[in-house]
Design a protein around this ligand. Structure first.
Ligand code: KIV
Length: 275
């Protein structure tokens, strides 16, 4: 059964993981995850950029289409990349429409608070569910002065509360809180009628999101404090490659079971008995 905005927000804690390709989407979909986020974090973990600012709508479309091909049940949430929505409301609606119409996303996520309310309202009015994203918003890393916890002062905590409310009022179906102190996240979660999804924001939100490369041990440059690593797939892949190299060099691979046979008479005629 395909999950929808209505079904995921109705029951248990909402589980969200990122996915950027067909194979991973299939595996995660089979695991029973509620939402697959095609995050613009793909700029870092898939494309090797130092941040998410270079990611384009075309990049997001390419990866969202791959995830859609691998997904049956999970709701597909696509990030709107940097400058695809900030400058202009009509452009925001058009780009959100592309991620849904061409990409196969079921909803979009936008970073920002009250200042992007017009975009959230317009996209929602176009029939596309929107998740807001506040707190540490990686697209504004230059203004924030780095990847830092947000909402630790009275002023910044108040702004988070105001922004969350503005997003709800504009029609967002959920608000993602990134790197917000747990008790501020709890206050926001308790103040809103719509669900909150947390990352690095404690346990009181209605759902949690993490980056698949972090929990699987695939992205090893840096592991944020809030990540729990559930597997070391990076080490597994390296070990598999090392064993393959060894087996090829020693002649251990390929073995008989990996090899195709040819009928004797064909071989004889081809080689004249010199094989
Ligand atoms: O792009 C992304 O993966 C995200 C998560 C970190 C929430 O926005």
């Amino acid at each position: 059964m395909k999950k929808t905005v209505a079904t995921i927000t109705a029951g248990e804690k909402i589980t969200v993981l990122t996915a950027y390709d067909y194979t991973t989407a299939r595996l995660l979909d089979e695991s029973g995850i509620d939402v697959l986020l095609v995050g613009d974090s793909l700029g870092m973990v898939m494309l090797g950029y130092k941040d998410t600012l270079s990611v384009t709508v075309e990049d997001m479309l390419h990866h969202t289409k791959a995830v859609a091909r691998g997904t049956q049940s999970a709701l597909i949430l696509a990030d709107m990349p940097f400058m695809s929505y900030q400058a202009d409301v009509s452009e925001a609606v058009r780009n959100a429409g592309r991620l849904v119409g061409q990409g196969g996303a079921n909803a979009v996520k936008l970073e920002g608070g009250a200042e992007i309310s017009p975009q959230v309202r317009a996209i929602t009015n176009a029939g596309i569910p929107v998740m807001g994203h506040i707190g540490l918003t990686p697209q504004t890393v230059n203004a924030l002065g780095g990847f830092k916890v947000q909402g630790k002062t009275l002023e910044t905590a108040r702004k988070l509360v105001t922004d969350a409310k503005a997003l709800e009022d504009a029609g967002a179906f959920a608000v993602l809180l990134e790197c917000v102190p747990a008790m501020i996240a709890k206050y926001i979660a308790d103040s809103l009628a719509i669900p909150t999804i947390g990352i690095g924001s404690g346990k009181y939100t209605a759902g949690q999101v993490l980056v698949i490369h972090d929990i699987a041990g695939l992205y090893r440059e840096f592991t944020p404090k809030f990540v729990r690593r559930y597997a070391d797939a990076g080490e597994e892949i390296k070990n598999a490659a090392k064993q393959y190299i060894k087996d090829v060099r020693s002649g251990e691979f390929p073995a008989g079971e990996h090899t195709f046979a040819v009928p004797e008479d064909v071989l004889l005629q081809i080689t004249g008995g010199h094989a």
